[in-house]
Each structure stands twice: as structure tokens, then as C-alpha cells.
Design a protein around this ligand. Sequence first.
Ligand code: ATP
Length: 355
Amino acid sequence: MNYQKQQFINQILKMVAPGTPLREGIDNVLRANTGGLIVVGYDDKVKELVEGGFSINCPFTPANLYELAKMDGAIILSEDGKQILYANTQLVPDTRIPSDETGIRHRTAERVAKQTENLIISISQRRSIITLYKGNFRYSLKDIGVILTKANQAMQTLEKYRAALDKGLINLGALEFEELATFQEITQVIHRIEMVLRIRDEIMNYVNELGTEGRLIQMQLTELVTNVEEEAILLIKDYMNHDEDAYQILNELRKLNNEDLLNENVIIKLLGHTSKEDQLEEVLYPRGYRMLSRIPRLPQVIIKNLIDKFKTLNHIVKASSAELDEVEGIGAKRAKKIKDGLERIQEQLFIDRVV
Ligand SMILES: Nc1ncnc2c1ncn2[C@@H]1O[C@H](COP(=O)(O)OP(=O)(O)OP(=O)(O)O)[C@@H](O)[C@H]1O
């Protein structure tokens, strides 16, 4: 699923997530077993399809929705869902619009959604199901227990991938200091980063659908994935072979299908290198963005000046304090801080490395 579609779904799910007044109202209607048809937003396109009903114009409250759902017909809410505008209305969408739904309520909901692009919520009387429609999008809300189980399973997968990514990052870092990092390790780490991001997005969908029930999962998620995107950008900046924006490359990576993501050659090309035979064995020298960013309080502009002058991390590591001192913004004190910092990072990587 692409990023835009994901955003679109997230927005809809957030609006009806547990903990929101709208969801509370919907759940009340579901329990009361009256069924319901709710249109969110009242613009010209909707106006054309509405017949009869009462103008209500009262603030949205779960109790008001519940009372009004006892009447037949559709309820119309303001775009932000904060006002109930009409109740007991008849919707007359174009019957030529195809619909796979069987019941009249659901068929109407689907057609109105396709015709107006508004969010339509259908609460089934017989089946206890809440279905959301918007344009061609259709989604039945799942039971919270089911989503929680799925979210927890996805979280376990994420933990495994995160652990594998951390291992890969440590290994790559150690190899960078040894001047032995090859395309093999680099593409593997990039692949793992993207996998972590994909599982994160999937869990975000669950979190949005869970609303207040998903707070714990959201906290775990934040803890597991902080800095992954920043790490990805630094890694790309370390190894890309053209002047493109690193964010743009990460964007392209995010769009790859699963098959391409597993293909090292595709990732090598994304980084701007030409892929050739035995490429994976080829050693690459990182510029040093990733390692230098780990030195506390070293400003980005200094990192850039260092890389502009020395080109690669190994040159920076080997430079004497006097040579570092020549770079704009670096004095004797900062030169020492850089040397000590890199030394400490290297030591730690060698300790942490799992051979
Ligand atoms: N065009 C419409 N405009 C407004 N409300 C409608 C429209 N069509 C159906 N409804 C509402 O749906 C109710 C009954 O629909 P019906 O039982 O045929 O639908 P359904 O899709 O099978 O839903 P359910 O699963 O709730 O039974 C009506 O009483 C009415 O309140």
C-alpha cells in the first residue's frame, strides 16, 4: 500500500477510533440494534442526494446520535463531525453506480460514498457491523480484540526486525572503521531499515483504528522505531553516489515493491551506483555522516566541513589533530573531541559486534 493511501485510511480510522465521541455514538447505535446510516459532511454534492428529513443543527453528542438513530433514514453530520445537521433524511444516489452490497442501507451508503466522495458510515442492524465508505474505499471495522491480537503479533515481528537491524548497524559500523564495508552489508542494512519502517506503518494503522485502546502499543512502537528514519538518511548520505536529496532516495525506497526491496541491485542503483558483477563484494568508504553524528554536540555544519575536506570517514579517522584543526570551525579543543569521540565509538562497536 502506498504512503498516500495509508494516510487516507489513517485519517478515516482516526475519526471513528475508540475514544472519539463519534465512535461512542456509533457503538451506542450498534448496541441499541436500530441500525444507522451517517453521512459526514454536507456539501453541494450531498445536498443533491438528500430528500426530506428534519433540520436538527445541534452539537454532536453520542446520546443525540443514539436518539436520532431510532428514526428511519440517514443522519447528516458536519464535515468535522461536531454538529448533527439533519436526521430522518432519505438519500437518493444514482442507482446506476455499481454496488456489491446486498441490503438497501449498505447499497445506499456505498453509492453515496462513490458519488460524493464523502465519508459514509453504515451501522448494520442485523449483522452488528460498522462499515465505512469513502469514494471507492470500503472498510469494515474489526473487533477491538482481533485488532489488538494482530497489533501485538506485528509488534513481535517488529522487535525481531529491530534487533536484526541493530546487529546489522553495529556490524556495518565496525566494518567501516576497518575499511571493509561492502555493498553486501550496506544493502542488507538498508533492507532491514525499510522492513522496520513497513511494519511500523502497519502497526500505525492498527493504532489509529484502536484509538485510546492503542495507547500502550503506540508507546512501545515509538520506543522501538525512534531514529530509524534519521539513521536511514545518514546511511544514504554516507553511500550515495549522486547529488540527489537523501530524503528523495528514502522516498523511492519506501515505494519499492517487496520483490525489488529484496533485490540488492535495485538498492545499489537507488544509491546511484552502477551494478555490475561481483558488486556485492566491492568495498565502499562511507563519508562519515553516521559516525560523526554520534559525537555529542558536534554541529551539522562542522560535520559537513569535515567531509568536504576529507571526503571519507577513514581519512578523518587518520587525520592528525593539526589537520583537523585546519577545518573551518574546528580548533584544538574540538579536534581532540572529534578524535576521542571517534575512538570511543570504534571501541564500543568492536565490543558490541557479534562475530
Ligand atoms: N436511501 C436511503 N436513505 C436513507 N436511509 C435508508 C435508505 N435505504 C435504507 N435506509 C435505512 O436502512 C434501513 C433498512 O435497510 P435494510 O435492512 O434493507 O438494509 P441492510 O443494508 O440490509 O442493513 P441491515 O444490515 O442494517 O439490515 C431503513 O429502515 C432505513 O433506515
